[in-house]
Design a binder for this molecule. Structure first.
Ligand SMILES: Cc1cc2nc3c(=O)[nH]c(=O)nc-3n(C[C@H](O)[C@H](O)[C@H](O)COP(=O)(O)OP(=O)(O)OC[C@H]3O[C@@H](n4cnc5c(N)ncnc54)[C@H](O)[C@@H]3O)c2cc1C
Length: 412
């Protein structure tokens, strides 16, 4: 009897699971509720700008080994681009200072002793104090663990943590921040190179995976929303899609790679994160000035990170729940005012679009982090995947991909 693994959800966790299984020759069917794959990491044609944009700018780092292995497997490794070194441009909008953070490649952090490489107004000792995050207790927040004031905090740590955890450091988990430091800064600049999907998230992270799956006979059924999951005490038995139902054979398996709210609905009693934080992205259609860095970190502005693409400028604002109800036009102008200052452009607003993802990620607080379930469930043919499962990382592409790969490995 042929064995089939059903992957529910074609976000990056589901795609990573399906890719790993298909590469091994396992028969896989992917069921996706939406009309396209990618989930929270997708590209689409925006009518206001008349161009294909990403729902949000997604930054990866060279330390993201699972994401890089997934891209290699689907033949898209060269779609991620970035500078040869860990080199980040910054601007402080309050003082108009500009600087570059340049982390040396090896694990010995001599860059912190070099004034031209570190953040202006900081000393080497400031950086060493952040090492205590490496030993942080699970229930502590970042600001209960390290001093959250001063130039290093305002100009580097806060922007990095808000971006990586999508949660204000005053309430964000110190343990998650510690894992990030362990996987990136503690390994040196070679692990901190910023990488972005040059031709868009869809073209780099999603379409090649669908092509890879298609070539191996994997069916991806769009508009196929799982509505219920019948179970006995130890086994999942039937997948209920409303119009059709799939009875699971004895050897079949299921990887549930849906968002936490959906998983909790399908499996009542499952512990999942239930608090979320928003991300706001603004996109402006115009060719950027050649002198602008590909990515600029911004301090003391509404804008937090400015991304320069060949045909547009895009802004990311994390933990942005305060902006969810702001009138769109006024918000676009407020964001553009910052961009115009950073990029030295006229104040007149170019064609724009604002994308507000209300539930962009779970809130990376110690309490929410503690609610994350592992990959295995009480049902031996049912496994969980998703950036919200217990990956040890905040909700990121790397976490989503690791979770999918782990579920595929455990399902065997
Ligand atoms: C604006 C924004 C910016 C971000 N920036 C970054 C960044 O810079 N770097 C980074 O690493 N990460 C970033 N992230 C986080 C990253 O996008 C996510 O961690 C990752 O995409 C999550 O993937 P996932 O597969 O776990 O979940 P999802 O992408 O949510 O996938 C779940 C899938 O399940 C489907 N589904 C739901 N219900 C059902 C059902 N009943 N039946 C079948 N299918 C169903 C959904 O349609 C979806 O396709 C960002 C996220 C957002 C929103």
């Amino acid at each position: 009897m042929t064995r089939t693994v059903h992957v529910i959800g074609a976000g990056l966790a589901g795609l990573a699971a399906a890719v790993r299984l298909a590469a091994r020759g396992t028969q896989v069917v992917v069921h996706e509720a939406a009309g396209q794959a990618g989930g929270r990491c997708r590209s689409y044609h925006d009518p206001a700008l008349d161009m294909v944009i990403d729902n949000g700018n997604h930054l990866l780092l060279s330390a993201n080994h699972a994401a890089l292995s997934y891209l290699s497997a689907i033949g898209a490794a060269d779609g991620l681009v970035g500078p040869p070194e860990a080199d980040f441009a910054f601007m402080d909008l309050a003082t108009r200072e500009r600087w570059r953070l340049r982390i040396n490649a090896g694990p010995l952090p001599w860059w912190i002793f070099d004034r031209t490489r570190r953040v202006p107004g900081t000393t080497a000792r400031d950086y060493l104090a952040f090492a205590s995050l490496l030993f942080a207790r699970e229930h502590k927040t970042i600001c209960e663990t390290v001093r959250c004031e001063g130039a290093l905090y305002e100009r580097l740590a806060r922007p990095l943590w808000i971006a990586a955890l999508n949660t204000d450091p005053r309430e964000a988990s110190a343990a998650l921040a510690g894992t990030l430091i362990r996987e990136t800064l503690a390994k040196g600049g070679k692990a901190c190179r910023p990488l972005i999907a040059r031709d868009g998230l869809g073209a780099v992270l999603v379409a090649p995976a669908l092509k890879f799956l298609g070539a191996r006979g994997v069916e991806v059924r769009f508009g196929h929303r799982l509505r219920a999951l019948a179970r006995t005490e130890r086994l999942a038995t039937t997948l209920d899609f409303g119009e059709d139902k799939i009875a699971l054979g004895e050897a079949d398996g299921v990887i549930l790679a849906v968002p936490p709210v959906v998983a909790a609905d399908l499996l009542p009693g499952l512990s999942t994160p239930s608090e979320f934080r928003a991300i706001v992205n603004a996109h402006f259609r115009l060719p950027p000035p050649a002198s602008l860095a590909p990515i600029t970190g911004v301090v003391n502005g509404t804008v937090e990170w400015l991304f320069s693409f060949p045909d547009r400028l895009s802004v990311t604002i994390s933990a942005a729940d305060r902006l969810l109800d702001a009138p769109r036009e006024a918000l676009a102008q407020q964001i553009w005012d910052d961009v115009a200052t950073i990029a030295q452009l006229p104040r007149a607003l170019p064609p724009w679009q604002i994308v507000r993802e209300r539930r962009a990620t779970f809130a990376a607080t110690p309490a929410e982090n503690a609610k994350r379930p592992g990959t295995e469930t009480a049902w031996r043919n049912l496994f969980l995947a998703g950036d919200w499962t217990r990956t040890g990382l905040p909700a990121t592409i790397e976490g989503a991909i690791r979770s999918g790969q782990r579920a595929a490995d455990l399902i065997g």
